[in-house]
Design a protein around this ligand. Structure first.
Ligand SMILES: [Zn+2]
Length: 421
């Protein structure tokens, strides 16, 4: 089966069929839950992102999913974004709001200590919850939800560092897309008359001009093709968006890099420069894969449930031909699990060998254990893409699989297997 057929069912149907996520009217519209295989996919994705961020010099923080209304008044969300926010909750004389974004919390964390130019760039990252009061009519699956887990980060830097930091964030997005087997279309999102509602954008023409010029430089230097679109900016600044298409061809934004001169002003952020004076940092908002929900929905549709091996909920399915090989199959799956691989055994109680191989067609690696393999301690692998490497000692086969998984990417095997189709 090819890895990327042209047409896949939408992620709702595949999500149900593959047992990844579900919804229940009693929990509520737009509030999906994650089943064990879906949770494995999500956890793997989240850990991969954290790992990329650690290696790129980001520090991870946690901040609460709600805050006082005043916090969002300062950030500008209350004025410019209130239609998408939940109503405030009265609590002991204060008003508390489910947060519409993580930015204000990270600005406050920046402000929690004195900062010198030597501390910059300070890259704060968080995979955190945020909330959007979507109307129930537009909710569905993982793409229109009311509770969002966002892969977010804010880079606080000097004006001279903005270009390199934004370029590095854009490169991180490209690396992640390569490993995830995704392709996107780059868009420079500008303010303009096409905004959703009047008064959408903060008024500061000079700051907008500087941010747009910087993002254009970053895009031009990257060599990536891009289009510009008016009316698609954030209320506080322009952005580079990476657009992906769903099964029906509808585009949405997955990843983003934004340059923001506005919120550092609103929160009165500063750092001490080499000259000993107080300076205003710039805030770069960036997300590599956007919300976990939307990223998972897109991955499900893009791969038709046949995920890259490192991401697959089950990486290796072991099929004993008959009950006599069950122990040998179990031993192989246990060795795989000890290597950190996700393996399962499907025995004859699940049907004929052909039916079991067919049922596991989305699993990247399958191993059939007959009397000969069980006696020799060998494994004959069948790869999802049709490759059939020569039989290998079990330990060698698991080493090869584990090395591919650790390397990420979409290739299933290093070197040549023997293609059967
Ligand atoms: Zn932000």
């Amino acid at each position: 089966m090819p890895d990327h057929p042209d047409h896949h069912p939408d992620h709702h149907r595949l999500g149900r069929e593959l047992g990844l996520f579900g919804t229940d009217p009693l929990i509520g519209a737009g509030l999906p839950y994650w089943l064990p295989d879906g949770a494995t996919l999500r956890h793997t994705l989240e850990e991969d992102i954290r790992d990329r961020e650690r290696r790129a010099g980001y520090r991870h923080v946690y901040s609460p999913v709600l805050g006082k209304r005043e916090l969002y008044e300062i950030s500008g969300h209350w004025d410019h974004y209130r239609d998408d926010m939940y109503p405030a909750m009265d609590l002991g004389g204060e008003q508390v709001v489910l947060r519409p974004s993580l930015c204000p919390h990270h600005a406050v964390i920046y402000r929690s200590a004195g900062r010198s130019h030597r501390d910059l760039p300070l890259r704060l990252a968080e995979l955190g919850g945020m909330y959007r009061a979507e109307l129930s009519g537009v909710l569905g699956g993982l793409t229109r939800v009311r509770a969002i887990q966002l892969n977010d980060a804010h880079i606080f830097c000097t004006p001279a560092q903005v270009r390199d930091e934004a370029a590095a964030a854009l490169a991180m997005i490209g690396d992640a897309y390569r490993d995830l087997g995704l392709t996107g279309r780059h868009r420079l999102s500008l303010p303009g008359p096409g905004g959703k509602y009047s008064g959408k954008y903060v008024a500061a023409p000079e700051l907008w001009r500087r941010s747009v010029a910087l993002l254009r430089e970053v895009l031009d230097a990257s060599g990536l093709p891009y289009d510009a679109a008016e009316g698609e900016a954030a209320f506080y600044g322009p952005k580079i968006d990476v657009q992906v298409a769903d099964a029906a061809g509808r585009e949405s934004t997955l990843s983003t890099v934004q340059i923001d001169f506005h919120q550092p002003e609103r929160f009165d952020l500063h750092y001490t420069g080499a000259d000993g004076a107080r300076h205003r940092p710039v805030m770069i908002h960036r997300s590599i894969i956007g919300s976990i929900e939307r990223a998972a929905a897109h991955l499900i549709e893009r791969h038709g449930g046949a995920f890259p091996a490192w991401l697959a909920p089950v990486q290796l399915t072991v099929h004993p031909i008959a009950d006599d090989q069950h122990d040998a199959a179990r031993a192989l799956a246990d060795r795989a699990a000890a290597r950190g691989l996700r393996a399962e055994v499907t025995g004859p109680e699940h049907g004929t060998l052909a039916a079991r191989v067919r049922a596991a067609r989305r699993v990247p690696y399958q191993a059939v254990i007959g009397p000969r393999e069980a006696a020799a301690g060998h494994v004959a692998l069948r790869l999802r893409d049709g490759q059939r490497p020569d039989p290998l000692p079990a330990g060698d086969a698991l080493d090869r699989i584990a090395a591919r998984v650790a390397a990420r990417g979409t290739a299933l095997w290093d070197g040549t297997g023997h293609a059967v189709r």
